[in-house]
Design a protein around this ligand. Structure first.
Ligand code: 5GP
Ligand code: ZN
Length: 141
């Protein structure tokens, strides 16, 4: 546990939260400042900063709980869809340094945009560079 971490304090019960589901290694609770009603966060109990830091077994459990909770969130707030996303690192907008997946209930008429709308335009990556990037990712795994 990182005693400075707000999500570790939630896991420890030192800060109250609306917990909606939990497993041995993961917890789901309502976001205190929801983007839409039902906005839920799913975290590992242990403190890991980014997805990259999470061990395989814990990652599987976090994704498993996320998968379990998504339909329950949608049903609870009568939403036909959800945006599911991780801000993975400060450069991507992560503010709480304890890895967490967001489940944000959506409706077709909520006036908000898809994740693609984070970017104004696309860089137009050519075929050769696409091949190089794919090969580099394969080599890094
Ligand atoms: P991030 O920008 O790091 O991806 O998202 C952090 C999220 O945590 C935000 O949506 C914010 O509303 C939520 N949050 C911050 N502090 C607390 C808290 O003390 N309790 C709960 N339940 N959510 C929090
Ligand atoms: Zn933490």
């Amino acid at each position: 546990m990182d005693s400075d971490c707000i999500f570790c304090q939630i896991v420890a019960g030192d800060i109250p939260a609306n917990v909606v589901a939990e497993t041995d290694d993961a917890v789901a609770f309502l976001d205190a400042n929801p983007l839409t009603p039902g906005h839920t966060l799913v975290i590992p109990r242990e403190h890991y900063h980014r997805l990259n830091d999470v061990p395989d077994d814990v990652a599987a459990e976090v994704l498993g709980l996320l998968h379990d909770v998504v339909p329950a969130v949608e049903a609870a707030v009568d939403a036909p869809a959800t945006t599911v996303a991780f801000n993975n690192g400060e450069a991507a907008g992560q503010e709480v340094p304890h890895v967490h997946g967001h489940i944000v209930p959506r409706s077709g008429d909520d006036g908000q945009r898809p994740i693609h709308a984070l970017f104004d335009d696309r860089p137009g990556v050519g075929d050769e560079e696409m091949d190089e990037i794919a090969a580099a990712i394969q080599a890094e795994r």
